[in-house]
Design a binder for this molecule. Sequence first.
Ligand code: BTN
Length: 270
Amino acid sequence: MARCRRERADGLGGWHGRGSLLRSMPGTLAPEVVEPLLRGRFGNPYLFAERCESTQRALTDDLPEGAVAVCDEQTAGRGRRGRTWLAPAGTSVLCSLLLRPPAAREPAQLALVGGLAGARVVERATGRAAALKWPNDVLVDGHKVAGILAEARGEAVILGVGINVSQSAAELPSGTRTPAASLVTLGASSERASVLVDLLASLEELYDRWRDEGLAPVRDELAARDALRGRSVRIGAVAGIAAGIEPDGRLAVDTRSGRVIVAGGEASVA
Ligand code: BTN
């Protein structure tokens, strides 16, 4: 089966698959550059647009698990909790992956799976330890390099990943609660295609294990990468000391009135 389909004919104007006439620019994530590097199921089909509203909106229900949408620039990039995700054109890996998790698994755990994949990729690219700020921000030295957005669509999940690659310090968002960094500001290379290919391979490896065995195989890695453990945190009305990620992916917080297990939300660190 061909790895990638042409997508322009079916109403996704501006989206390109294999065989598109798109001309490669240096550093492009166009299919003719990325597609030959892909080895697994994720990225098949591979949908690419130079510019789109949000890759989260590009994957239609008829596509199979593993379909990926990528673009160079988003005009309405979405972050968690209704925020926007902004990046100058051509500076980031911006992608969304269509997943069809089995009913036996808790889909909310996919945020952690995506976060771990992002952390592995950032760590390999920078040679620096990457941590996970529960549930899914990827940090290096307390700076956010990547964010994950897991959105349910019926029984499917659209897992969006944004990795800051080549932004200069001046191009990164400022005034955010967690300061931002890119691979380049961390001293790494700005090769987006290899970052994307590594990300899709890491997502596939971690997703397949999670689908078969849940979070158990990555429990130690989650603990090792946990940026919140021992820190004073507030998540909604819950305030206390983060006490680690539970086997089911929720966060334990030791409050004055005892241990509380938090299922989701935004953790601010005191
Ligand atoms: C966050 O940290 O708030 C999550 C950010 C997720 C951003 C990615 S970029 C690719 C995909 N498309 C979007 O519009 N958002 C996600």
